[in-house]
Design a protein around this ligand. Sequence first.
Ligand code: PLP
Ligand code: TYF
Length: 398
Amino acid sequence: LFAAVEMAPRDPILGLNEQFNADPNPAKVNLGVGVYFDDAGKLPVLRCVAEAEKQLLESPKAKGYLPIDGIAAYDKAVQGLVFGAESEAVTSGRVATVQALGGTGGLKVGADFLQRLRPAATVLISDPSWENHRALFTNAGFPVDTYPYYDAAARGIRFDALIAKLQAAAAGTVVVLHACCHNPTGCDLSPAQWQQIAATCAERGLVPFLDMAYQGFGKGIAEDGAAVQCFLATGQQFFVSTSFSKSFSLYGERVGALSVVCASKEECARVLSQLKIVIRTNYSNPPTFGAQVVATVLTTPALRAMWEKELAGMRERIKAMRSALVQQLQAAGVQGDLSYITTQMGMFSYSGLGKEQMQRLRSEFGVYGVDSGRICVAALNSRNIGPVAAALAKVMAG
Ligand code: PLP
Ligand code: TYF
């Protein structure tokens, strides 16, 4: 049965972790995977999460099956966060939200639903994108193509080419967009550019699918959700996947969601019924604990305030590390404009270094980034930033 099974390639990012763990270099630094670490280099346990967990454990509940679409209070809290509790789409009941296994699970439930609806559609992802976008939509049965995004020479966005690609796309084409904190480039669209993309999608009958994995890591919770408001304003139907892995530091609990904005409440009921079939035939219903924690935090005013503060703390610490990195690179003699490091948004910096330079960083200095040149600035701290800047400066100098 398995004699002809081929060895699958490792995930280019998660595979790096294995290589990092096997490296005996005591000075090694892992800037590969997109995970936020605190200044002590530890994966944080947010205080709001610890508090919510304590409350939940103080009054243990029986562990029955959840509804197929998850905890109702959780789904409602997600809608409030993503669309605004008072937004017309939410109050008129035309948003279907289901709890999902992380942001990846939200993408997958949406992809499987779309595959039933539009089996021949093309899915467009950004060039470059999170590699799992291609793999996930390909595995769901879609041909995957890219739209122009990153302009390496200008360290900006090829916006005209992006719009031209969308204008040339067939109606029904699915367009996967990073709602904020673009992975891997850190280059985000401006509000005016978002408006133009939303208008183009509406005019051309494209199917926008926003991936929101870093809400709160760019400018703020509301600011990072501005793209969603652009799409709401056009009145079109669209998808949003949500991840709380990073914003609650709950990676392993697998807490996320999928929201589908429909034309009416009646349409929404039909869409929700189909999303439930996708879920039921994959894993039946979602797990309880992580979503209970997030729902408790989001719906308890004191915990919600604590979360917003802690999230702002993570965001600010990343920004401080970006500034410190620029200073230290300059101090180490790196010439040229380094402002891209501080203007990029979210957890990543796209360094512009090539594959060979990234390999040299690893073998000579024990600094692990992705071959694409992406480094996770959210893993820098006051101890490792000096050695990292020194290593980068040497590799940048050639
Ligand atoms: N989408 C993007 C762009 C990501 O970077 C990530 C990161 O993990 C995800 C989705 C998946 O999130 P999760 O870990 O919640 O599945
Ligand atoms: O891009 C990253 O590093 C994160 C984590 O298959 C991740 O999004 C990476 C690869 C993957 C799943 C999560």
